[in-house]
Write a protein that binds this ligand. Sequence first.
Ligand SMILES: C[S@@+](CC[C@H](N)C(=O)[O-])C[C@H]1O[C@@H](n2cnc3c(N)ncnc32)[C@H](O)[C@@H]1O
Length: 146
Amino acid sequence: MVAPLGGRGAPHRPVLLRETIEFLAVARGGLFVDGTVGLGGHSEAILEASNETRVIGIDLDTEALLLARQRLARFGSRFRAVQANFRDIARLLADAEEKEASGILVDYFFGSQKKRLRESSLNTAKSVAHAASRSESLKGEKGANP
Ligand SMILES: C[S@@+](CC[C@H](N)C(=O)[O-])C[C@H]1O[C@@H](n2cnc3c(N)ncnc32)[C@H](O)[C@@H]1O
């Protein structure tokens, strides 16, 4: 039987894990949003990198969220799982009473998914890009008027 959550023989390995952790500079701590938490591989690496990191893990899939919650239970309140579409990230952050995120990760692919999901993904990706650029301009405004 394959290991369901990681390690040797596991069916899923997080893609570009080292690069992702470096690029997000998670060692500085803060809140990171994993928009496609899946089985929790990227989130686990973020939480392991520093005791100062927190993660909100979003996924549409109930089963994936269940597995991610189990896998990341040892991090206690540093990990929160939310069933939602990552295109709603701005509202989800507001609901969680979080002002901003130190980094946002979205890990998804087009290859084996259905056309319907592909179309929906393009729309959600546009929304996330818009939310990210809005967040950047808000930061700029804050910097101008401290
Ligand atoms: C490749 S897996 C993520 C694997 C994860 N990074 C890991 O390390 O285990 C992609 C996940 O994205 C989720 N997903 C796809 N589109 C989504 C969306 N618009 N919003 C939230 N989750 C989505 C899928 O349900 C799936 O669990």
